[in-house]
Write a protein that binds this ligand. Structure first.
Ligand code: NAP
Length: 245
């Protein structure tokens, strides 16, 4: 056993957070707890200790950090999870953030950049057959467009009725380029709607759209204030190791 063990709280809900917990779980220098928002009913298995549900704002997060003796906070949440990241930035313990670089359009790509989910729904032309990958919590504005056909891909059903002009595809990432292309072709998709999540794991849909010359409605990334950010898992692990020093 090392002399001192670093107690880490990972704010999760992403594949990278899951992979980070896996990497740190067998290292005796770390004692890790992963926190999930609790919005996915059956999340993928996570190595080590896991807690679920909101903390109750900044005050609740502070209380948790004190009571659990957390020495390092790692914000590995999704780039669009702005509230929890804003809360994490206000905590008085060292905080690292994983920030996947956003995707950039490649030559030949046809992207329409929009600022919000609502703007994305409005940007779809009448009669479009859209593959919408924003998740169940933000699908409502697309379901409200009765003049388009929506193929809504999500991990779990939305919990409210799917209108006649929409269909749900339940599937858990990651997806290969072949799978994405097959889905777009099978459903006769003519436009893709996505957040700019960045990273390799969910980029196959962009490759497929490019191969099929489909336009993309890209929802811009929200601004998140962060001090020390890593671009990928390896960089993050290096920053975590420095905290031991
Ligand atoms: P959000 O708007 O930033 O957070 C809303 C509230 O949910 C937070 O204030 C916090 O409640 C709670 N929360 C969020 N993440 C949490 C975590 N990891 N552990 C404990 N509580 C958490 O977040 P969101 O956009 O709804 O996303 C929810 C979760 O889904 C995030 O953990 C994120 O990593 C994951 N996710 C989000 C997206 C996306 O597109 N937004 C995509 C994939 C995965 P309290 O204030 O009560 O603590």
């Amino acid at each position: 056993m090392p002399d001192e063990v670093l107690r880490i709280l990972i704010l999760g809900g992403t594949e990278e957070a899951r992979l980070l917990a896996r990497r740190l779980a067998d290292d005796a220098r770390y004692d890790v707890i992963t926190s999930l928002a609790g919005c996915t009913v059956s999340p993928n298995e996570i190595a080590g200790e896991v807690r679920s549900g909101g903390f109750g704002g900044v005050a609740g997060l502070k209380d948790f950090i004190i009571s659990e003796n957390i020495a390092l906070l790692v914000d590995a949440t999704h780039p669009y999870a702005v509230q929890i990241s804003a809360n994490a930035a206000q905590i008085n313990v060292p905080c690292l953030r994983l920030e996947r670089p956003p995707w950039q359009p490649q030559p030949g790509d046809d992207w329409t950049l929009v600022a919000t989910i609502d703007a994305a729904a409005q940007a779809l032309p009448k009669g479009a057959r859209a593959l919408v990958t924003v998740g169940r919590q933000e699908i409502a504005p697309f379901f409200a467009r009765a003049d388009i056909h929506v193929v809504a891909r999500m991990i779990e059903p939305p919990g409210f009725e799917t209108p006649d002009h929409a269909e749900i595809v339940l599937a858990r990432p990651p997806f290969s380029r072949q799978q994405e292309r097959a889905l777009m072709q099978d459903k006769r998709i003519d436009v893709l709607v996505t957040k700019n999540s960045g990273g390799e794991a969910s980029s196959a849909k962009l490759h497929a759209a490019r191969a099929l010359a489909l336009p993309v409605i890209m929802i811009a990334r929200p601004e998140v204030q962060s001090s020390l950010a890593a671009r990928n898992l390896d960089e993050l692990v290096t920053l975590i190791e420095r905290q031991l020093a």
